[in-house]
Design a protein around this ligand. Structure first.
Ligand code: NCD
Ligand code: ZN
Length: 340
């Protein structure tokens, strides 16, 4: 067993990221852009990003917040069944994909789709398929919380088979069921977060409640985590890293009615390196965190080599800017790898 003390990640990409807006954007934007070459930005602002104007303005605000870094925000639209073919054609070159949320399923998704029926979605999905716009899906039903993703599998199957030319990304998968589906349809792909490779429901609620590990979809069972981890460690070509880093201010996490979302941007590359090193899989880390996404989305990210060294990194207990703050995963703990 050889001991590795340094590792390089080239053009890291985060294919599922919440950057919010205003001072929160100014706080969290640079915590991604200082290490990542690019990120796929979620559109669940209040109100959600549904027009070309809102999209381009948001992209501009992200660029300003991250202006110290070479970083490309790949922006997305919030799926609406009312989008016309002409609108999508006009906006196609400005977006990397469209994010579909079932209504009310997670933070800021109230205006998502009220039916996942293929016939209801057909006009929009047909247009997207023709125009080559990928569809990113938050795949949960409103069933029992541990079964929501599993129950969504037949919906993924019906969309994947009805639109064979539409590229579909199962976002932030958390179950073995989703891993099993990945290879069944050529047009199904997935992202997985850092935290779902690490934790199960036990870490969230098995002891004292851990609000900073509470997110949608909720972390599942040990066998689910094992299936996700093994697939990521292999560098499976259809699985991409998407942190789903979702900042909420401390007072909205450490309270009754805790908001869903785990904030991982500032620890992601260090912990991924620690994890892939632990399982002797560093050879596949660049595929997982960049190459798979480059190939799938046809990206040419800005050149950026991040050097990691086996040296303790003490995770700050909180990040702050003006009146905004956010507590990261592993706050106050030590990670075995740091960014050089
Ligand atoms: C996300 C958020 O806070 O915007 N929350 C989360 O728990 N992941 C929304 C989402 O991706 O579901
Ligand atoms: Zn998300």
């Amino acid at each position: 067993m050889s001991i590795v003390n340094t590792f390089e990640i080239n053009e890291p990409l985060d294919m599922h990221l919440h950057l919010r807006d205003g001072d929160m954007l100014k706080l969290v934007g640079p915590l991604t852009s200082n290490t990542f070459s690019g990120a796929l930005i979620m559109p669940n602002l209040v109100p959600p990003v549904t027009t070309k104007e809102a999209l381009l303005d948001y992209k501009q605000r992200i660029k300003e917040a991250c202006s110290g870094d070479d970083f490309e925000p790949y922006v997305t639209l919030f799926f609406q069944t009312t989008y016309s073919y002409d609108f999508l054609k006009d906006v196609k070159d400005d977006i990397i994909g469209i994010k579909l949320y079932p209504a009310g399923i997670t933070t800021n998704s109230q205006t998502g789709v009220s039916s996942m029926d293929v016939e209801v979605l057909r006009p929009t999905l047909e247009a997207m398929s023709k125009l080559g716009i990928p569809l990113c899906i938050h795949g949960e039903t409103n069933g029992f919380v541990m079964d929501r993703e599993k129950e969504f599998m037949p919906i993924y199957e019906s969309i994947a088979s009805a639109f064979p030319d539409l590229k579909i990304i199962m976002e932030h998968i958390t179950t073995k069921d989703a891993i099993d589906l990945l290879d069944k349809y050529d047009n199904l792909y997935a992202t997985v977060t850092l935290h779902h490779l690490l934790i199960t429901l036990d870490d969230v609620a098995g002891g004292a409640l851990q609000p900073h590990l509470f997110c949608k979809p909720i972390a599942k069972r040990p066998e689910d985590r094992t299936a996700l981890l093994n697939t990521a460690l292999k560098g499976h070509p259809k699985l991409m890293f998407g942190s789903d880093s979702a900042p909420h201010p401390k007072h909205k996490k450490e309270c009754c009615g805790c908001a869903a979302g785990v904030f991982t941007s500032p620890i992601a590359l260090q912990v991924l390196t620690e994890l892939f090193d632990k399982y002797q899989s560093l050879d596949n880390l660049n595929a997982f965190v960049s190459l798979n996404a480059q190939k799938f989305y046809g990206l040419k990210p800005v050149k950026k080599t991040i050097k990691l060294v086996k040296k303790d990194f003490e995770v700050p207990s909180i990040y702050e800017y003006k009146d905004e703050n956010v507590v990261p995963m592993y706050a106050g703990e030590t990670i075995a790898w740091s960014i050089a």
